[in-house]
Design a protein around this ligand. Sequence first.
Ligand SMILES: Cc1cc2nc3c(=O)[nH]c(=O)nc-3n(C[C@H](O)[C@H](O)[C@H](O)COP(=O)(O)OP(=O)(O)OC[C@H]3O[C@@H](n4cnc5c(N)ncnc54)[C@H](O)[C@@H]3O)c2cc1C
Length: 508
Amino acid sequence: MKRDGACTSLWQDSSTEKLTNGSTEKKELYDVVIAGGGFTGIVTGLLLQQAGKSVCIAEAYTAGFGTSGGTTAHLNSFLDTSYSQIIRDFGKPEASLVAQAVQNALYLIKNNVELYKIDCGYKELSGYLYATDDKQSDELNTIQEGALEVNLNSSYTESLPISVNFKSAIVFPDQAQFHPLRYLLSLKEQFENAGGQFREYCRITNVKEDEILTIETSAGNLKARNLIYATHIPPGVNLLHFRCAPYRSYVIAVRLLHDAEYPDALVYDMEEPYHYIRSQEIDGEKYLIVGGEDHKTGHESDTEACFSRLEEFTRKLFPSFTTIYKWSSQYFEPADGLPYIGQLPGNRENIFVATGYGGNGIIYSHVAAITLRSMLLNGNSTYMELFDPNRIKMVAGFSNFVKEAADVVSKLASSLVPPGAIKDLEELPAGVGKLLKYKGDKMAAYKDQQGNIYAVHPACTHIKCEVAWNSSEKSWDCPCHGSRFSITGEVLTGPARKDLGKYDLNGS
Ligand SMILES: Cc1cc2nc3c(=O)[nH]c(=O)nc-3n(C[C@H](O)[C@H](O)[C@H](O)COP(=O)(O)OP(=O)(O)OC[C@H]3O[C@@H](n4cnc5c(N)ncnc54)[C@H](O)[C@@H]3O)c2cc1C
């Protein structure tokens, strides 16, 4: 299984995609084309195809290539944006509606697992959130108040499933976990069995907007009545890029030594950035999965150090372990704390989007599938207004919005920081990517272990911010909107549509 980074995730290494059994004969006209074959694309595609629509999923690489292949798969009813915050910023009825949407997403997942008999280690268990000081305890109290207001089952607890000193903690029963790629690939199979088409290596590059959309792709044109961008962030330049900030999160999957017990629960601390812990058994092998050390994409010069900090954190809780897998992946934080699901701002009404999930995207992708299914079938949805991508919530999101927008301005190529000390390509160490000054110009250069140099132009093709080197995933990451490029400049993650320009080192 492929993924958008150099590190291999636990999920990639324990999944095999069955050969596609769906039809690949291109139809004249589809009811719906979906860009992206992650959770959002595949779950939405399945619901629409089953409802009688003809659906084609066009995926730039292969199923699960994006964050869905690098996630951690905690299935939570409590969210990164607490219900108390949602009540404060949106109101209590709206917060209750979010809780209802999340509950329906959890039912949909459970139902899929049971209905299709998916062998993905799905398990229901409790989630624990713990505070280690007074400030965190106060925050925890507020979180608990919000949870009770929306009737979310939760209570204070005196014990935790891990050995750690804590001040206070709450437990949320009825959470769940699973193997994300095994679940995703099974749903892809169901989608194809239902008559849906899944096109791999089919990147959507442009759309001619009309009642019937002409969708240009790297594998020829498609025609459709509707288009859904399930690309995690929509490509091109859109209002939503100023309302979603890209973050990276780091994960290790370790084997505990000396018969140490694996916690049978989901556990979260309240540090800044926070950590999340769970276990998973795959084919008889147990793993402890620890995530965290999040930062804004492109804002950490040594991404390897994030893994070291994660291991340090883990060692405090579990003194002896061997790290088997480590990987990182990207998510998009919405300005006002809720996702954007519905019509894509500034486009025709037959173009839809689902983005801004934060760290709850498995849940929100299912919320998106439920919402978009209803919008496309009935023209409306219970959740349409709540998650409207065109909403303006200046009260809730204003400070975030200004901060993110200001950050973009400071990273534009016109105000680039001077390049690092290395002036010459020869001095570039093997296995390292650096921004260099080369014959008066700027260059993003990477040297492999054999000494081959891959040099590309560092101005992101989205809106010309300067890309930064991600040492662990060996990619060029844009700090403004999260576009990511391979060492040879190919787009790994949007919103950029175009590859980075290559330097011809031989000719120059
Ligand atoms: C480390 C980490 C841990 C997480 N843990 C959790 C968790 O425990 N629980 C939870 O609920 N959420 C979690 N999340 C969030 C969740 O994993 C994501 O929000 C979710 O996987 C996003 O799914 P998606 O389908 O929207 O996007 P993706 O999985 O990123 O899929 C988008 C797809 O679109 C394709 N694409 C892009 N551009 C184009 C184009 N122009 N044409 C065609 N295809 C295109 C890409 O190749 C990609 O395959 C986590 C996120 C991270 C980073």
